[in-house]
Design a binder for this molecule. Structure first.
Ligand SMILES: [Zn+2]
Length: 199
């Protein structure tokens, strides 16, 4: 599946620059407001305290697509960061949708050589890992370690961002923090190779 066509990105831009307003009080049916322009499931569109709507499917598609313009990705990440500053939104996101975001956030970490995207992403990962469900943090560790072990990033400076995020996550875990790293031999070998990158 490709999301690289121009039309898709234009739709994404529209979505984030023109969030739907809450029609409550405007006479619109409550069953219509939560569908996004791409027709994704309304249960995956979350209402923000400002009355906007963030479709998590569109969000995930945008941030995990390496061809998405950085400015769009940063805007989407900052919109979600702003939304989770509201406890009710964050609670809903953590409880029902945290696992949906794991793969796209890990993909975003290693797709863009962009400090701002990386920092926003790591902050979001940390917020999601504050969940009562420890499997969220474990899944992030597994996914990032797998990505680093795969050698896909070994000669790329983009390896720095998932590695930093992994360090943040491992610092949070009290018991045997590296137990989720499956292929430690490949993991360490690729990290050592990565050290040969020029500064
Ligand atoms: Zn959508």
């Amino acid at each position: 599946m490709s999301f690289a066509d121009t039309g898709y990105l234009e739709e994404e831009e529209y979505l984030y620059l023109n969030p739907y307003t809450n029609p409550e009080g405007s006479g619109a049916s409550s069953s219509t407001f939560s569908s996004c322009s791409q027709g994704h499931r309304s249960s995956l569109s979350l209402e923000t305290s400002e009355g906007g709507i963030i479709c998590l499917v569109c969000f995930c598609n945008l941030i995990s697509n390496p061809t998405s313009p950085s400015v769009h990705v940063i805007y989407a990440l900052s919109q979600l960061s702003q939304a989770i500053s509201q406890p009710a939104f964050l609670r809903n996101l953590r409880t029902f949708h945290a696992h949906l975001l794991i793969s796209p956030l890990v993909q975003a970490l290693s797709s863009f050589d962009d400090e701002a995207i990386a920092q926003h992403t790591i902050d979001l990962v940390s917020d999601l890992c504050d969940s009562d469900d420890p499997s969220v943090c474990c899944d992030f560790v597994v996914r990032i370690a797998d990505r680093l072990s795969s050698a896909a990033l070994v000669w790329s400076r983009r390896q720095v961002y998932p590695l930093h995020c992994l360090g943040v996550l491992l610092n949070r875990q009290v018991d045997n923090p590296t137990s989720q790293i499956k292929n430690r031999r490949a993991f360490i070998a690729n990290l050592v190779t990565g050290l040969q990158l020029p500064r």
